[in-house]
Design a protein. Sequence first.
Lengths: 191, 64
Amino acid sequence: MTNWLKTLLTGINPWLPVFAFVTLFHVIRESYVDALIFAIGSVILVVDWKRVLPWRMPKRLEVKNWVLALSISLSCLVLFFSDRGGWQDILLLLAIGPAALFLVYYRDHGPKPSGNGTMTRTKWIWMTLAIFMAVSELFAYIWAAVFRADETYPTISMIVSPILDSPYGRSVFLLIWMLIGLGLLKNGKRS
Amino acid sequence: MLSIPEWEYLGVIFLGLVAWLIGRLRPDILAPFGDLVSRIMHNRNNRLALVIIWWWFGWHFFTV
């Protein structure tokens, strides 16, 4: 690799090529809002990588548990009771995104939790499952586009969408989504 | 009758549950899922990317 390229790519966020690919994928499938989201995501990763912003967050922001619980409860109420895709959902999600990014933007601190053979094995198993899901989804999209048959090989969205229209399905998905978000925001505390 | 992807997704969910359970019961074989997430979330690179992906899931399923 030539020196200038090496210098250019030093410290690149390994997620950036993934985000660029997903952006392109959504452009090809003409899902422009999703493409825009991943394009903005890519810009955020580049801005962080190249340290474009002079702003730094040296310490993790401590959010009181009651504030977190209240925010989650209110968000759940809005997402559950409002019309799916209504302005309330859109407004709320537009507020949650920057807030969540702000909460995880703090500088890395402390030693990285130790890795061993077990951790490496665990990482590979979960990565394999995630990649399998992603490839399966990609294949489902290609199948639907080529054969014009969505029903024989449906994408995750096609399977999940009708479930989300029912209150039970929506509450389960909401719970899972919120728990994952909470896990992402609260995790790292042990490190 | 379930379609092929439905079987695939259910299979992944099942295997994920098995991996999670092994992590809880036999941490010498597989690390607990929480430890893996802690390790991943130590780096800001991962934190930013995963939060964006998580948020997109919410957007995709609640607004479409």
